[in-house]
Design a protein around this ligand. Sequence first.
Ligand code: PLP
Length: 407
Amino acid sequence: MLDIERIWKDFPILGHTVYDKPLVYFDNAATTQKPKEVVEKIRDNYYNVNANIHRGVHFLSQAATEAHEEARREVQRFLNARHAHEIIFTRGTTEAINLIASSFTDACMSPGDEVIISEMEHHSNIVPWQIQAARKGIALKVIPITEKGELSLETYRNLFSERTRLVSVAHVSNVLGTINPVKEIIEIAHQHNVPVLLDGAQAVPHTKVDVQDLDVEFYAFSAHKIYGPTGIGVLYGKEEWLDKLPPYQGGGEMIATVTFGKTVFNELPFKFEAGTPDYIGSTALAEALRYVNRLGIEEIAAYEHELLRYATERIKTIHPIRIFGEAPHKSGVLSFLLGDIHHYDTGMLLDHMGIAVRTGHHCAQPLMKALGVEGTVRASFAFYNTKAEIDTFIAGLERVQSMFKPK
Ligand code: PLP
């Protein structure tokens, strides 16, 4: 069981007030709060271990290099990757997907070749492919969602053709909370000899991810969504695939030798890490992963599941309410509309009660179109949230509703 009172002491921001009301932070799918350890790690690194890494012969540079490479090994263990050099540090999920979209298209796709994505993707797993479609003439095929907000696997099976080269889908939807059956999705793709990229931005903070067990070719996530710092993320790739792909960016770090005639690229993982890496962010991410490991990802998942169950049960007592995403396997995301009250109005009024939720299209406009709405209100939970906060939130929604009742 998680000791929430103790956990709260690790996250000073949770004790803040907003408009003189205790903060209720339900915007965790956008970004999570950071435990003291993570913030302290950043401070400590700048004060004590700051020097540019990899090429320095001096003490500080070697210490910083070792800390950065140990952070890579922490990520490797967290994802259960076979090799540390299969972990590429990026700026986040978005950059990781752009890297694959660019390098994979260059190496493995010809005009007319196809990528399968889904209707529930974040823009960061749509637009990079559209850019490649415009550059290289590749085509996108889209898995539709069902009424409950699940992927239609029947349609998915039928989307494969001779020209399918990659499947790129979300592990967990940031709007619907649906945990997609990624093992099955990967198995089906492999039956067609097609590799898979999973967007794990909303999965890693809430569910155990084992890339070897999944047998997935590429996996992307962002540190800031798993209690780590902003500006850094991870691309996991199977060694044999990363070896096949050309670099995404050129510059320092990613080369072995350079002459004006020819450049020989560095080995993995450096081939994909041009420029000075975020060696402060990487160690802070490792600290965040250690924090999550100490609590236990299974415990976190079970606790958040109970929060979601409770919030869903309570919100259904409000009429009229529309919930978007009712898949049996869901992470702690609750998207809804309160009658015909505009999502911005609900969000702004809740904000004045100290309750932070997200409103709008959640960077998933094609999904909004499929749902037939312009936007939703989204409450998203983390392990530091409580049922008492959910009660405050439900009372807040009831107040919003009463404000819109005709007098
Ligand atoms: N994919 C999903 C499912 C997300 O929820 C997000 C962020 O909300 C992203 C990708 C993009 O993450 P980032 O902005 O950290 O690159």
